[in-house]
Ligand binder design. Structure first.
Ligand code: NZQ
Ligand code: ZN
Length: 398
């Protein structure tokens, strides 16, 4: 196992109805809050009104910024940062899916450091401005997916250059996250499934790319994956199944909290490639991951068959019966595809609206420049050089 520091300073308040605690939590952080949210759902389902009531009840004034787009953009963050500064807000509340929560983190920086936020985001430039200060953040997830509620990062897109990259600093951990699974019952089926695939990918990437001899981390990953695989069909059947929604919400929070990957480390090649896809085509993050996951498994398993065999035996209950690691690996991949198919997420580029290969080269270059090792390859059991990325894209083109 690798040496590690585990640091999770976020207070997590979990449970149906817990939204009403937001005022009590907020008043200990300041007097005026900027609520950062998406364009429709939080307003349509009355969540902004509820949050505002709970805040005002405790004497916290409210400013609302409800213009965060999915795959949030630098320009939107800069605008909201200015609004926070003008209104002298002393905290930012990210209310929504990963996009508003991530944007809230970047806005918390922009509000005190100024713009452009892109200077603080590592996207392959020579000098990344250090993040020294940020307003305190409260996260309120309304969609089980990204884990932004329990990590210190956010993903922001520069729509002029189509680069999508990560802003991160320990000071961006939310001070408090209120995870109220009831808020997720209105998420449409498509985004619910995308969120489930995102959670799975957050823990499976570390399994594929992290250290050997990490059975605790690997089994913890299988537990998260199985929880998603068991509960997604339940919420597809009944979108108001709050118990199943709660299981997905906790899986989301745990996945990227550091609890699972500590000691195992690892890389995120699937995420690196997905960020190129959504940076250029604005697709749903989880849908892009679903597209890439089985292809990367097929492309990589021969470089690390033992981990894949462990996946087959422990997650999918496949008995060894004299089979080699490679034979078991092939069965694990097939099981993963079966699952994706069962939730309608065994996809091609065409299915998500990427109709031709005209941007393959640019997307590969972007992924290598922003996330690559020495701009040359993506860390993966089978290293992904540009030619490998292009081969992978071709595998899923149609
Ligand atoms: O925009 P609104 O109107 O709020 O609607 C959203 C949006 O259309 C809707 N939605 C959210 N909660 C809802 C709801 N609709 C009905 N009822 C609710 N309760 O869902 C749609 C998608 O929302 P979005 O926030 O974009 O989705 P997601 O949570 O998947 O976030 C994706 C973003 O997070 C980044 C992704 O790259 C992408 O930019 N990620 C952030 C990470 C992190 N912070 O650690 C890690 C991830 O790997 C990921 O990269
Ligand atoms: Zn993700």
């Amino acid at each position: 196992m690798q040496a590690f520091n585990f640091y999770l300073p976020t207070k997590i308040i979990f449970g149906s109805g817990k939204l009403e605690q937001v005022g009590i939590e907020a008043i200990s952080l300041g007097k005026r809050a900027l609520i950062v949210t998406g364009k429709r759902s939080a307003s349509a389902f009355g969540i902004i009104d509820r949050v505002t009531t709970y805040l005002e009840r405790e004497g916290v004034e409210v400013v609302v910024f409800d213009k965060i787009e999915p795959n949030p953009r630098t320009t939107t963050v800069d605008d909201a940062g200015e609004l926070a500064r003008k209104n002298k807000c002393d905290m930012v509340i990210g209310l929504g899916g990963g996009s508003p929560m991530d944007a809230a983190k970047a806005i918390a920086v922009a509000a005190v450091e100024g713009k452009p936020i892109w200077d603080y985001i590592s996207h392959g430039q020579e000098i990344v401005k250090p993040i020294k200060k940020a307003l305190p953040i409260i996260a309120i997830p309304t969609l089980a997916a990204t884990g932004s509620e329990a990590d210190a990062g956010g993903v922001i897109t520069n729509w002029e250059t189509h680069e999508k990259a990560v802003i991160g600093s320990p000071i961006l951990f939310p001070k408090v996250s209120i995870i109220d699974p009831e808020l997720t019952t209105t998420v449409p089926e498509g985004y619910t499934i995308d969120g489930g695939v995102d959670i799975i990918t957050h823990v499976i990437e570390g399994l594929f790319t992290g250290a050997d001899n990490t059975p605790l981390q690997d089994r913890f990953s299988f537990s998260v994956i199985k929880t998603v695989m068991d509960n997604l069909p339940k919420v597809i059947d009944n979108q108001n199944d709050v118990e199943a929604r709660a299981n997905l919400s906790w899986a989301s929070a745990v996945a990227l909290s550091g609890m699972i990957n500590s000691g195992r480390g690892g890389a995120y090649p699937i995420h690196a490639l997905e960020h190129s896809l959504s940076g250029h085509y604005d697709i749903s993050h989880g849908r892009g991951l679903a597209l890439l996951l089985p292809a990367i498994m097929e492309y990589s398993y021969k470089s690390r068959p033992a981990k894949y065999a462990f996946l087959a035996e422990e997650l999918f209950d496949i008995h060894r019966d004299g089979q080699t690691d490679e034979e078991l690996a092939v069965k694990a991949i097939s099981k993963m595809k079966d699952f994706l198919k069962s939730v309608n997420r065994l996809l091609t580029m065409k299915d998500v609206g990427i109709g031709d290969d005209s941007k393959f080269e640019t997307m590969a270059d972007d992924a290598l420049r922003i996330y690559g090792v020495a701009n040359e390859y993506l860390d993966n059991p089978r290293k992904l050089y540009k030619k490998d990325i292009l081969a992978l894209f071709s595998m899923i083109a149609d």
